[in-house]
Write a protein that binds this ligand. Structure first.
Ligand code: NAD
Length: 484
């Protein structure tokens, strides 16, 4: 990398966190600070030719990495976890610089991201197979799980570290090598994580990072390459759909973590202070730029007024500003386009009869949007049916369970949901009737490396983390053995 540095904080971080290797042979990829619009640095972007060279490298390393005993692979991942934790403060600064998220959000992301390395290290040595007599008799079956091959990983900007370790951890644990295309907005965190893994003992060729401005060309080259056997994508449903179609040409094994539209349900018997605390996390973590973000709030009419009063007061009290300010709780959105889109959704709701019940202050320059609670929102307003990806909470009233369920499931998305109720049996019944891959019950956060993360319907295919995470990077092979 040959960065033209214009930011002193970044300059201080660069030597310690970022590798010195060149990233590509293409034109400049400017990395911006979303709080100021300032160019932090400029990288040489990867081209389609660089994408091919990345696969050459990863494919060249595959045999030896796959043959490395899983205990050694686990040891490297354990060391990477420790190093990432040790460098946590600096990594959080880097994340805040290129993504804009507040210091508490960035620190929380580093801890969450590092946990995928630890969990993957623990899973690496527990890839059980099977040996069993065939039911028909006479033969024995051996079932094993082996690395699928070179994995192509494509990640978004909203969790620039965690969305990478959630893929890289299990891929390396399984014995795969990988090529990684991070979001063009946040390539520096990806490069810093590759450095962490290298410093932990990973052969550099086992993970090649290719930041680019031409995602279509780079990922297209990978999907056309016979040596690439896996595509793991996290991003929008629209792009996921296109990549699935492309992957169909060579029947590439795919995992898709796509968009969400999580409902947040409050029942009349809910503990309201707890529900408000959960709502603050579910809505405002990362400024609402999370696939699991609560996107629509369904309040039982009996508790709507009190919830809105409490939740609104907490929302209006949020401190919005640049991550560099230690008081900041909510940072900027990723870019101007995001601000314009969130504003469009709010204006559309207001035109349809919604009202702003509470709103925080936000700086007028930079990509900031004030945290906002909307009430009297029609259930079919775009702000309810579309993934907002910003700090806006539309509140809709519900009266009976059938009406509620129809609203919960009346969407093509099915990633996450949240239910607050004093009656656990009711909450469980509702959760089991909700078409969502993850439901938080009396909790405002579901993400945990130890459990399967993923969506139903058009929110995705497959699961990351948990016991399932490793399997996504393995092929199952069955050997039928004549025994008599
Ligand atoms: P995005 O789909 O625009 O981009 C995601 C990645 O795909 C980026 O690396 C981007 O460069 C790349 N990309 C874009 N166009 C491409 C193309 N034509 N070919 C190949 N690659 C392409 O999404 P985003 O704006 O970066 O992220 C926000 C979205 O991600 C939201 O919808 C959010 O819900 C989703 N997301 C989902 C999860 C999950 O686990 N389900 C987690 C985080 C984010």
């Amino acid at each position: 990398m040959n960065p033209t540095t214009v930011h002193t904080s970044f300059a201080e971080l660069r030597d310690r966190l970022l590798p010195d290797a060149a990233t590509g042979s293409g034109g400049p990829l400017d990395v911006l600070d979303p709080a100021t619009g300032e160019v932090l640095t400029s990288l040489a972007a990867a081209t389609a030719a660089d994408a091919g060279a990345a696969v050459d490298t990863a494919a060249g390393a595959l045999r030896s990495w796959a043959a490395t005993p899983s205990r050694q692979r686990a040891d490297i991942l354990h060391r990477a976890y420790a190093l990432m934790t040790e460098r946590g403060g600096e990594l959080a600064t880097l994340i805040s610089l290129e993504n804009g998220k507040s210091r508490p959000d960035a620190l929380a992301e580093v801890a969450y991201a590092a946990d995928f390395l630890r969990w993957s290290a623990e899973e690496a040595v527990r890839s059980d197979g099977d040996f069993t007599p065939a039911p028909a008799g006479g033969t024995r079956a051996i079932v094993t799980h082996r690395p699928i091959g070179v994995a192509a990983l494509v990640t978004p900007w909203n969790f620039p570290a965690a969305m990478i370790t959630r893929k890289v951890g299990p891929a390396l644990a399984a014995g795969c090598t990988a090529v990684l295309k991070p979001a063009s907005e946040t390539p520096l965190t990806a490069l810093a994580l590759a450095r962490v893994l290298r410093d932990a003992g990973l052969p550099p060729a086992a993970l090649v990072v290719t930041p680019t401005l031409d995602a279509g060309a780079v990922v297209g080259a990978w999907l056309a390459d016979d040596r690439v056997r896996k595509l793991s994508f996290t991003g929008s449903t629209a792009v996921g759909r296109r990549l699935l179609a492309q992957a169909a040409d060579r029947i590439v094994n795919t995992s898709m973590e796509l968009g969400g539209n999580a409902p947040f349900v409050v029942a009349p018997d809910a503990d309201l202070p707890a529900a408000v605390a959960g709502a603050m996390i579910a809505k405002f973590r990362n400024g609402g730029q999370a696939c699991t973000a609560a996107n629509r709030f369904y309040l039982h009419v009996d508790v709507l007024e009190e919830f809105v009063r409490r939740f609104g007061a907490a929302t209006a009290a949020l401190t919005v500003g640049p991550a560099a300010d230690p008081a900041t709780q909510i940072g900027p959105l990723i870019n101007e386009r995001a601000v314009t889109e969130v504003d469009r959704l709010v204006r559309d709701a207001l035109a349809r009869g919604a009202r702003i019940s509470h709103r925080a202050e936000a700086p007028r320059t930079g990509c900031f949007y004030p945290p906002t609670v909307l009430r009297d929102v029609p259930a079919d307003a775009q702000v309810v049916t579309t993934e907002i990806f910003g700090p806006v909470a539309p509140v809709v009233a519900w009266r009976d369970e059938d009406e509620l369920l129809a609203m919960l499931n009346g969407t093509e998305f099915g990633l996450a949901g949240y239910v607050y109720s004093g009656d656990l049996r009711w909450a469980l019944r509702l959760a089991e009737s909700t078409e969502a891959g993850m439901v938080g019950i009396n909790r405002g956060v579901v993400s945990d490396a130890a459990f399967p993360f993923g969506g139903m319907k058009q929110s995705g295919l497959g699961r990351e983390g948990g016991r399932e995470g490793l399997r996504a990077y393995q092929e199952t092979q069955y050997l039928s053995v004549q025994w008599d």
